[in-house]
Structure formats: structure tokens, C-alpha cells
Design a protein around this ligand. Structure first.
Ligand code: NDP
Ligand code: MG
Length: 395
């Protein structure tokens, strides 16, 4: 390779961010860290800067002075930028080749879109950004010529199982449907009555994956799969009825593509995000990710079952939002973010996450979203309604 690829990692201090930096560190001949961003874990960010010596670090304004002093004391010339403006700057800088979008939630939307508008190669983990603004996001990708590669393990698996020219349309390339696998999370078999009493730590104890707390709760409620259904529709230009959710508790098959001739292609691997990250970083080449080879004899069996929407109402709500389109997914996402934060703060019980989202979606009519302002308006409205719900009903 002629030149080191310059990589910005948005959300470097998080689970996906750290896995990305682990893969990057294995290939100093290919990648150089251009910028790292953090939000609350500032000592971790400092340590990452010492390890990777990025040109820029981005933090909230209140943390900037302290970090800049610490960086200087460590002998680094890393420059600290602040806030959303700083995030957008390191996403769109002319010297950047690749942007890893790994901020959690709606906070990642503008910086990710800045990378899209600048025509970068974008490795997308921040599914909430695409869920919120789907049509506008994909239009912006087409307009700028950005290369959008999915990091979400299921979507990366689907991407690997699709033919190279899938953008022509699923029916054109003989794809009948996408089979989106889900582990079912920690509460797949918990008696329904006990869900009233589960704690944040129980919800975050995912059986197969180690992840940030928000996505862990989403996995426990299966809202994560709902968001992924919407994500898959946008990434692969599929209708919601072309995406079927399949519970596969071992998380060895990361998703499948079903073709009209009866062939079903699957991507398998150990549940470790470094595989999809390495796949997307080096695409279309393949590089070592540090992930151990899959031991099929140790796996021994692969199980499948249909999802239970009574146990997981969030999946039904997400499918309805996918079908309604327009502002519905942005409202679903915003109500979910508020509800999950309230659950993690022990202000509500686990089943109330779905109740909040259902009530918010019932209260607010779905409107067209033709520009980004309308997306943020829907987001703000849903957050306000969810907060009102909390002040009325929270324990
Ligand atoms: P984490 O909570 O571990 O990390 C989130 C990152 O975002 C951290 O760097 C955090 O900074 C930063 N951040 C949080 N809030 C803000 C904000 N308001 N402004 C700027 N930065 C912010 O999450 P994950 O790494 O688990 O997930 C990140 C994204 O990737 C999510 O969208 C998730 O759905 C998706 N994803 C994650 C997978 C996983 O295996 N973890 C798998 C597939 C998708 P700090 O820590 O310093 O506060
Ligand atoms: Mg996933």
C-alpha cells in the first residue's frame, strides 16, 4: 500500500472504538490514527492518545483545557478540538480517508453526516444515525460518493453474503430475503413475570457479546434487532417484509441472505467485533483481526427459533415504525434513548421501556421528513413526550 490510511475514530473510548484501535494497532503499515474522540472517559482517551499519537482529540468544551495540558505534559502535539463542531471537523478534514462512526445514539448523527458529505469511507456502527435519518442519509451517500460499510456484525455479515452489485436492487440480483439473526439477549427464557424486576446489570449481562450499556439494554429488549431491521432496510434497499428476524442463541451465524434459487449464504465467526471491523477497514482486502479461528467442534450445534413479540414488544414497535417510515423511526429511536437512560438510572422497570415508546408513537402523528431539521424536530418532540411520560409514571 502506497500511503498510510488516515483514520478518525468517533467514540474511541467505547466498546467499538477500542476494538477498532486494537485492529488498527495490528497494522501500523496500513493505518494511522488521525483523530480520536471521547465524551466522559477522559483518562482513557488520554491513554489512547499516548498509544496512538493522533493529530486531533475531540472532547466536550468543559474537558478541553485539562486534556490539552495533560497531552502536553505527556510530550504529545495532539491538538484538542471541542464539541459537535470539533467532531464534524475531524470527520470531514481533507486528510482523512476513513471515519469510524462509533458514537452511541443521536449524538453521532451530525458528525457521521459530515463524513458522508465529505465523501469519506465510513465504517458505520452508530445505527441510530441511520435509523433517524435513513432516506436523507442514503441520499447524501449517493450525492457525495461516500463509501458506506457496515460494522454492525449482522449487517457486515449480510454485506459479505450479498453479490458485489446488490445496489442494483435485491430482486435484480436474485435475493429473496435477508435473515437477520439475533441472540435473544439475556432474557430470552426469563419468565415474563420476572421481567418486572430485572436490574440494569442483569440487562447488560449479554450472553455472547461485550458492548456498551445502551446497546446491551437494547439487546435485552430486542429493540437492537428492531433498529437493525430498519438499518438493514436502508443499507440494502429492502422492504421491512424482506427482512426476517431469526433467533439464533449461539451468535455464530451473524446473518444470512436467501436467494431465489434456494441458496442461503451465511457468514459465521466468533462473536467478536474485530472481525466486522477488520473486514470493513481493509475491504475489499482481508487482514488479520486478532480473532481466534472458529472451532465448529466446540460450537457443536446451531439453534434457531422464531422471535416472540409478546416477550419483545420493542421488535413489533420497530417493525411498525419501519413500515410507517418518515418521522416514525426517529421518534422510535428518541423515545427509546430516553427510556433506556431512565431504566439504567433505575427510574423505570424494564417492561416500561416498551410502554414509553408505544405511548410516544401513539401520541405524535407521523410526518414527512424532507430535510435534517425535520429529523431533529421529530427527535426533540419524542424526547419531550417521553420525559413527560416519565414525570407522570416513573416509580
Ligand atoms: P459505548 O457506550 O461503549 O461507547 C460510546 C462512545 O460514544 C464512547 O466513546 C462515548 O464517549 C461516546 N459518546 C457517548 N455520548 C456521546 C456524546 N453525546 N457526544 C460524543 N460522544 C459520545 O457504546 P458501543 O461502543 O457499544 O456502541 C457504539 C455504537 O455502536 C452504538 O450506536 C451501538 O449501537 C453500535 N454498535 C455497537 C456494537 C458493540 O459490540 N458494542 C455492535 C454493533 C453496533 P465516553 O465513553 O468517553 O463517554
Ligand atoms: Mg448487531
Amino acid at each position: 500500500m502506497s500511503r498510510l490510511q488516515q483514520v478518525t475514530v468517533l467514540g474511541a473510548t467505547g466498546s467499538v472504538g477500542l476494538s477498532t484501535l486494537d485492529v488498527i494497532a495490528r497494522h501500523p503499515d496500513r493505518y494511522q490514527v488521525f483523530a480520536l474522540t471521547g465524551f466522559t472517559r477522559l483518562s482513557e482517551l488520554l491513554a489512547l492518545c499516548v498509544r496512538h499519537a493522533p493529530r486531533f482529540a475531540v472532547v466536550p468544551e468543559a474537558a478541553a483545557r485539562g486534556l490539552q495540558d495533560d497531552l502536553r505534559a505527556a510530550g504529545l502535539s495532539t491538538q484538542v478540538l471541542v464539541g459537535e463542531e470539533g467532531l464534524c471537523q475531524v470527520s470531514s478534514d481533507a486528510e482523512v480517508d476513513t471515519v469510524v462512526a462509533a458514537i452511541v445514539g443521536a449524538a453521532g448523527l451530525r458528525p457521521t453526516l459530515a463524513a458522508v458529505d465529505a465523501g469519506k469511507k465510513i465504517l458505520l456502527a452508530n445505527k441510530e444515525a441511520l435509523v433517524m435519518s435513513g432516506a436523507l442519509f442514503m441520499q447524501a451517500v449517493r450525492k457525495s460518493g461516500a463509501v458506506l460499510l457496515p460494522l454492525d456484525s449482522e449487517h457486515n455479515a449480510i454485506f459479505q453474503c450479498m453479490p458485489g452489485d446488490y445496489a442494483r436492487g435485491l430482486s435484480q440480483v436474485g435475493v429473496r430475503r435477508i435473515l437477520l439473526t439475533a441472540s435473544g439477549g439475556p432474557f430470552r427464557q426469563t419468565p415474563l413475570a420476572e421481567l418486572e424486576h430485572v436490574s440494569p446489570d442483569q440487562a447488560c449481562a449479554h450472553p455472547n457479546w461485550s458492548m456498551g450499556r445502551k446497546i446491551s439494554v437494547d439487546s435485552a429488549s430486542m429493540m437492537n434487532k428492531g433498529l437493525e431491521l430498519i438499518e438493514a432496510c436502508w443499507l440494502f434497499d429492502a422492504r421491512p417484509d424482506q427482512v426476517e428476524v431469526v433467533i439464533h442463541p449461539q451468535s455464530v451465524i451473524h446473518s444470512l441472505v436467501d436467494y431465489v434459487d434456494g441458496s442461503v449464504l451465511a457468514q459465521l465467526g466468533n462473536p467478536d467485533m474485530r472481525t466486522p471491523i477488520a473486514n470493513a477497514l481493509a475491504w475489499p482486502e482481508r487482514i488479520d483481526s486478532g480473532v481466534a479461528p472458529l472451532d465448529l467442534f466446540a460450537v457443536a450445534r446451531l439453534d434457531f427459533e422464531a422471535p416472540d413479540e409478546q416477550r419483545f414488544p420493542c421488535l413489533r414497535l420497530a417493525r411498525q415504525a419501519a413500515e410507517a417510515g418518515n418521522s416514525a423511526p426517529a421518534m422510535l429511536n428518541a423515545a427509546n434513548e430516553v427510556a433506556v437512560a431512565a431504566f439504567l438510572e433505575r427510574r423505570i422497570r424494564f417492561p416500561q421501556i416498551a410502554s414509553i415508546i408505544e405511548d410516544v408513537l401513539a401520541l405524535e402523528p407521523v410526518v414527512a421528513v424532507n430535510e435534517l431539521g425535520a429529523v431533529f424536530e421529530a427527535d426533540t418532540k419524542a424526547r419531550a413526550l417521553a420525559e413527560q411520560w416519565l414525570s407522570r409514571n416513573a416509580r
